[in-house]
Design a protein around this ligand. Sequence first.
Ligand code: FES
Length: 158
Amino acid sequence: MFDEFSTEQKELIHILHQVQSDHGYIPPEAIGRIARHLKISESDIYGVLTFYKAFSLEPRGKHIVTICMGTACHVRGAPRILDEFSRQLKIEPGETSEDGQFTLETVNCVGACALGPIAIADGEYHGQLKTSGIDKIIETVSKNDDTTTILRRRDSSE
Ligand code: FES
């Protein structure tokens, strides 16, 4: 994995994943510490952070809902799915709810186009989604531990 990256870049991405797993986002103060540790500039780190959508510089919700807006999902109704999640969660795409429970995000293709439209809620894929199934997903996800815990548990079982 990451064969195209230098040793420093691989280490940087590994560290960023760890920081995000621990905090749910990349706190600004962590960037200076990482830069000193790897002896690279902070602007190099910001370059990686802005390139990879997986990293967030903003605090994110306990639960992450991602809607695929790639072409295949789009033609199968992804905009309606996104609107309904937005309506029920009372947040726009890219926002986190005031209570810190949910972050709603979009992505362009997750490689499962035949299953579109797709929502990914706390890492679980929900394919061929209809607006009528969204309240159930939100209810189920609300009962999860926070996403950070889920991802950490998943990492340790791999
Ligand atoms: S367009 Fe949604 S998975 Fe490919």
